[in-house]
Design a protein around this ligand. Structure first.
Ligand code: HEC
Length: 159
């Protein structure tokens, strides 16, 4: 039975990835094969903090512009292929307003713990249904994830 489910979800994922028609679907189809134990995951729920290593984020006021700049380079290198800075969807959602939709903790946990978040956080799963591509974990260090958050806050006009 478990094996059948595994196979079924594997084929569903690859169909979805193809239907999205993005250049990066290979990646995400690959990563979906490692997370097919979803049927055994703890009950799905969404919490404001999400799940992952980040329990509390202290925001800078005013924003740290050096951190914004390093977040921008991480974005350009690892995120821009799938995320626009406007509200427009590319492969993933546009980042305009993301800091209003999500808490800083949720955002950092999503970036650092992408597989588990997609498996058990219902808000993340809702996005997955819309985008039909599993975001591959980008393996950011905590400082890199924090700098991207600063860059997102800056992009949303936060001071
Ligand atoms: C291969 C494409 C891809 C890359 C590269 C990528 N993402 Fe994503 N991202 C997605 C998709 C698709 C989603 C929507 C959830 C899903 O379907 O997995 C998403 C969702 C998100 C969200 C939640 C957005 C919201 O509106 O709540 C955040 C935050 C995020 N990504 C951050 C990042 C960061 C930071 C990077 C770079 C370090 C990155 N992503 C790189 C595809 C990608």
């Amino acid at each position: 039975m478990r094996k059948m489910l595994w196979f079924a979800s594997l084929s569903v994922c690859s169909v979805l990835a193809f239907s999205c028609g993005s250049g990066s679907s290979g990646d995400s189809a690959g990563s979906s094969t490692t997370t097919t134990a979803a049927t055994e995951a703890p009950a799905a729920a969404s919490t404001p903090q999400g799940v992952g290593p980040i329990k509390e984020v202290k925001l800078n006021s005013p924003l740290d512009q050096k951190l914004v700049a390093s977040g921008k380079s991480v974005y350009e290198l690892k995120c821009a292929s799938c995320h626009k800075l406007s509200g427009e969807k590319l492969v993933g959602p546009g980042w305009k307003g993301v800091t209003d939709r999500r808490t800083p903790e949720w955002t950092m946990n999503f970036v650092m713990n992408t597989e588990e978040m997609l498996n058990i956080d219902t808000a993340a799963q809702k996005m997955l249904e819309e985008c039909m591509v599993r975001m591959p974990n980008q393996n950011l260090s905590e400082p890199d994830a924090r700098s991207v958050l600063e860059f997102m806050l800056n992009n949303d006009g936060k001071k």
